[in-house]
Design a protein around this ligand. Structure first.
Ligand code: PRX
Length: 638
């Protein structure tokens, strides 16, 4: 590259990066346009063909059913279990002895599991869960650090027909208690703690506090990871290793036959209002969609060592750390701790040590490691890498180019994948053969039709910003919100009911080459370091602090995190807003929701800008903080 372009000029000019001949020669799909055309003209035919790659106990009677739109169904009448494809079928081939998972703990301990060994662990755990009364249709809450038992427990639940609800290990008491209650879980699986930056994260104490608020929990199974002292309650708490040593923990366990549309898992994510919503994913469509996207977008082959560095507590970890790579028979890498512990070369060292060929991570992680300079990756031989990936937020071109040059050695295309908890898998993303533009997720995946529309639902012209919609359902999309179908319709399908479009909640634009540039959320969802939070959750934590009467939270741009949270508080009479109180408020939010929700700044105000009907106008706060035009203030209360 000659003169490095600024972020602005890149956006305007859209410089292209072309894949090498080698990448093109090896790609599963060589002609995106032809396959895309086919997938749009005959989506059912396309998806049925992909589904044929997988095993089913019984094939479908119908590929797609829209008779109860927007509650769409896929592979209707089929019988399967995602475990049948993620584990069982590999046991019948040479892959039985292939490495399924390489795991490294932060202190440096390593575990390697073949598909054979993974099956034994999953079966034993499944039998343990059964012995604790877990049955088909139950939802088990899982709250764990990134250790193999996390993936094993997810798979074990699913094997016996139960669903899981994984709560990210970085969440705290209130977030965990809320999610347990919404899932109505009887069983919680957790760990004493995990390692993060050389310190123990005390998960069991958080779990204990959350259970004190959760009357539904009868059984808690705890994996011993850190070995620190924890409180275990008689008759409720069991050590995982004790149960796994019992005769009941047999290595033989039948995989439960499920309907393609049976619940696989629920995953809570933040929305615009109130409590987080539990999105429901199902066995059939999800297994087809995630494995197809993983296979084509990352060109996955048996020789690959795949590392999705996301936490299994988020959809990225569900779809691309656990399920799709196992379905595709890949070797997956999993790492417990911080990317910069003990030094900023930890990841680069692991890539070299394990011969990782594909790395999939977030722009925040790239920016975080970029900050330490290229002398850290330079120390390592990263030549095993052939593809890179990005997810969770727009990647700024500066980070893109650093990632491309210093990690990918200028030879690895970066697959910038746009998708959501709701979509289950990639929706807008390149293929390895796609010419790339840094910062653009490029084009829709097969079978996906997107639109960018104005306030009236009219398609906007090239270069114009508008709302991103998805014009037809895909097999991996969430089927509903757990226990709240009305909210599902209201949130995603109501606005474009006539057209049958799905509202993504993001704004975007399409350039003259048909490349899509996702700009960011247009609702009250905040992406901090790629993590999804709702302003409502932060605000509810704020007003649970004794001194705070009213509060508002907004997202402001942040160099490393993409966005950070600024909060505005009105204090109760007689309270003074000073630095000490601000720090206490920050600590309180962090303890209630988790460190990711910790506000960057706390501001004290006498009043909040509101509409006449009493709704806080967060956009006014944001405009003021950024020193830009406040826009239409006609609804602002005097
Ligand atoms: O705003 C978009 C952003 O993340 C949101 C979805 O968040 P979540 O459900 O937590 O899923 C994250 C992982 C799939 C989207 O609405 N987002 C995700 N990927 C990208 C992105 N924004 C820009 N570019 C991306 N590649």
């Amino acid at each position: 590259m000659s003169t490095p372009a600024t972020d602005e000029t890149v956006h305007e000019n859209g410089e292209f990066y072309y894949p090498s001949d080698e990448i093109k020669a090896n790609a599963h799909i060589k002609d995106y346009d032809a396959v895309y055309k086919r997938s749009i003209e005959d989506p059912e035919g396309f998806w049925a063909e992909e589904a044929e790659r997988l095993e089913w106990y019984k094939k479908w009677d119908k590929v797609f059913d829209d008779s109860q739109a927007p509650f769409y169904k896929w592979f209707v009448g089929a019988k399967t279990n995602i475990i049948q494809n993620a584990i069982d079928r590999h046991l019948k081939t040479w892959r039985r002895n292939k490495v399924a998972m390489v795991w490294e703990g932060e202190p440096g301990d390593v575990k390697v599991l073949s598909y054979h060994a993974l099956n034994r662990e999953v079966s034993k755990t499944a039998n343990v869960l059964k012995s604790m009364g877990v049955r088909k249709g139950d939802i088990v809450t899982i709250y764990m650090p990134q250790i193999p038992e996390l993936a094993i427990t997810m798979l074990a639940c699913v094997k016996i027909g139960a669903a899981h609800s994984v709560v990210y290990g970085g969440f705290s008491v209130e977030a965990l208690a809320d999610r347990i209650a919404s899932a109505n879980s009887r069983v919680l699986v957790t760990a004493d703690g995990g390692w993060r930056r050389g310190k123990v994260t005390d998960l069991k104490s958080i779990a204990n506090e959350a259970m004190d608020r959760s009357p539904t929990i009868e059984v808690c199974i705890t994996v011993k990871r850190t070995g620190h002292e924890v409180r275990m309650e008689n008759d409720r708490d069991f050590w995982f290793h004790d149960l796994m040593a019992l005769p009941i923990a047999s290595t033989k366990c039948k995989t439960e036959e499920m309907d393609a549309e049976d619940m696989l898992f629920i995953l809570f994510t933040s929305g615009t209002t109130g409590k987080p919503k539990g999105l429901v994913h199902t066995h059939g469509g999800y297994q087809v969609y995630t494995s197809t996207t993983h296979r084509y977008v990352f060109d996955v082959k048996d020789e690959d060592r795949w590392w999705c560095a996301a936490d299994p507590g988020w959809i990225t970890g569900h779809s691309y750390l656990v399920y799709s790579p196992l379905i595709n028979g890949s070797t997956i890498m999993m790492y417990e701790g911080a990317p910069n512990h003990p030094y900023p070369n930890r990841w680069w060292h692991m890539i070299e040590k394990y011969g990782i060929t594909i790395l999939y991570t977030s722009p925040t992680a790239v920016r975080g490691l970029m900050r330490f300079g290229d002398q850290w990756p330079k120390r390592h031989d990263l030549s095993s890498l052939r593809l890179l990936g990005s997810v969770g937020e727009p990647i700024n071109p500066e980070a893109w180019r650093w990632y491309h040059k210093h990690i990918g050695g200028e030879k690895c295309p970066i697959m910038d994948t746009w998708w959501q908890t709701e979509t289950g898998g990639f929706m807008i993303c390149p293929l390895p053969v796609t010419p790339l533009k840094p910062g653009s997720a490029t084009k829709p995946f097969f079978g996906v039709q997107v639109g960018i529309v104005d306030e009236n639902g009219k398609e906007v012209g090239p270069g114009e910003e508008g709302k991103l919609v998805i014009k037809r359902p895909t097999p991996g999309m969430a089927r509903t919100i757990f226990n709240d179908p009305d909210r599902y319709v209201e949130t995603y399908w109501k606005e474009y009911e006539e057209n049958g479009w799905y509202k993504a909640g993001d704004s975007a634009r399409i350039d003259e080459d048909g490349y899509i540039w996702v700009i960011g959320r247009i609702d009250d969802v905040i992406k901090v370091s790629g993590y999804r939070l709702g302003t409502a959750e932060v605000e509810s934590a704020l007003v649970s602090f004794p001194a705070v009467a009213e509060a508002a939270a907004i997202a402001l741009p942040h160099e490393l995190k993409g966005n950070c949270i600024h909060v505005y508080c009105i204090l109760k009479a007689g309270m003074t807003g000073d630095q000490k109180l601000a720090n206490e408020i920050k600590a309180h939010v962090s303890a209630e929701i988790g460190p990711i929700a910790k506000p960057e700044e706390v501001h004290f105000l006498e009043s909040l800008p509101k509409t006449r009907s009493g709704k806080i106008m967060r956009r006014v706060l944001k405009a003021r903080a950024m020193g830009v035009d406040e826009g239409d203030l006609s609804t602002l209360e005097e």
